[in-house]
Design a protein around this ligand. Structure first.
Ligand code: UDP
Length: 406
């Protein structure tokens, strides 16, 4: 028996709930959990997919391997309250993610570090470069590719060219369809050059994975009798949006559900352009296609993820068993292919494409909700931000505090 109260939206009386949450990823689940358990509020979650957990959803495939259906999700945080919060819902297994670049068949660590330099240039040359890097930036320091490329020193500039060409250029072209110069600098800054021997992908103080997977963790988050979940329901189709006037720019005033004005908090975690039926145009996102393959071997990759930084049309391959710690004789890997988000019905918007123009468009949509007292647009999609899981949990906890104080 599932711990979650799944209900039929069309048979429920929405007016009986204190709050509506749209979307059941980490943002929605965290706010729902907090309102229900701390605030004793009745919460209705509406989710357009056929399952909870958003992109964190995982399941055992037909080959018996636990997979992440929507790409690898590795939990890491340096935010104490997030680390303390998440352990309420699952036992955790320590896991530190490691990524290697497949560089013409040779592997080196990503982020590009001292070991990567030795593999790429040989020990002697690497030592000279490491020495120069330490002189310039210090030891155990992270340097973005953009910073490195600004250096005038001949050796450092050659190093920058190498890393740019062999780590960033092709991967970024595949992932975003544009060069590293054309993506927001915060995007490539996520994966800096690291003057270190530390070959972990993240340096956060807490790094672990839910021992039985994310789906059971979400089931525990949502297990309160105060929470009901209606799956396969699109907010656009059940919300009546009432605006201050007929003009495009006129603000949202209130929302009706089942023909009644809903006055409790509405926490909306989906894309705003969809909710407002693209009245200012589409917010661009990148989507992904995944190709799963099961092999009759215990492991096929040297670490959780291998990035294809110089060739292939996929960006990376993830082998889930490294992440999940599952022990079995076979293994499932997943190739990721990035693409434009074109088909709202059949694709998923995974990444906001952050730049001035798109941020401005998003701000126009945000402006529409400024007229309401009870509508909260929050999360990676609604805020059009590149949040990690821990950042959105943190934001959701803050919003919950705010809602519970009022
Ligand atoms: N990136 C790259 N080469 C790599 C890894 C990352 O060029 O080997 C760039 C690329 O633009 C990517 C960004 O850094 O989109 C952020 O990478 P991250 O691994 O954080 O992306 P995510 O796991 O969120 O898809």
């Amino acid at each position: 028996m599932s711990k979650v109260n799944y209900i039929d939206f069309h048979k429920t009386k929405v007016a009986d709930y204190d709050a509506i949450v749209v979307g059941c990823g980490f943002t929605g689940a965290t706010v729902a959990e907090q309102l229900a358990n701390r605030g004793n509020k009745r919460v209705l979650i509406i989710e357009k997919r056929s399952h909870i957990g958003g992109n964190m959803y995982d399941e055992t495939n037909k080959d018996g391997v636990l997979i992440h259906n929507y790409g690898p999700h590795i939990f890491h945080t340096s935010i104490p309250r997030v680390a303390g919060y998440i352990v309420n819902f699952s036992k955790m297994r320590p896991y530190e993610h490691r990524v290697k670049a497949n560089w013409y068949g040779t592997y080196f660590p990503v982020p590009f570090n001292k070991t990567s330099m030795e593999i790429a240039f040989g020990k002697e040359r690497a030592n000279e470069l490491i020495h120069k890097l330490i002189q310039k930036f210090g030891d155990e320091v992270k340097v973005t590719i953009n910073e490195l490329r600004e250096q005038n020193d001949k050796d450092l500039s050659k190093l920058a060219d190498f890393v740019y060409e062999n780590v960033f250029l092709h991967y970024t072209m595949k992932q975003w369809g544009v060069t590293p110069e054309e993506v927001d600098p915060t995007v490539t800054a996520r994966v800096p050059v690291f003057i270190s021997r530390d070959d972990r992908y993240f340096q956060d103080t807490t790094q672990f994975m839910p021992i039985d997977g994310y789906t059971p963790l979400f089931e525990n988050m949502l297990s309160s009798d105060n929470i009901d979940v209606a799956l396969n329901i699109e907010a656009e189709s059940v919300f009546g949006l009432h605006f201050e006037g007929p003009a495009q720019e006129d603000k949202l005033e209130y929302i009706t559900v089942q023909y009644k004005k809903f006055d409790g908090p509405i926490i909306f975690t989906g894309p705003l352009d969809e909710l407002f039926l693209w009245r200012f145009g589409r917010l661009p996102y990148r989507s992904l296609d995944f190709k799963f393959e099961t092999k009759d071997e215990e492991y096929v990759l040297p670490c959780g993820t291998v990035n294809y930084t110089v060739n292939e049309d996929y960006t990376r391959i993830t082998e889930f068993k490294h992440l999940t710690g599952q022990k079995c004789k076979n293994t499932t890997i997943m190739k990721e292919y990035s693409r434009d988000y074109e088909d709202v019905k059949n694709q998923i918007p995974y990444y906001a494409i952050i730049n001035k123009k798109n941020n401005k468009l998003h701000a126009q949509y945000m402006n529409l909700v400024g007229g309401t007292h009870n509508f909260y647009a929050i999360g990676r999609l609604a805020e059009y931000k590149y949040y990690n899981m821990d950042q959105i949990i943190d934001r959701a906890l803050s919003l919950s505090d705010e809602l519970l104080e009022n």
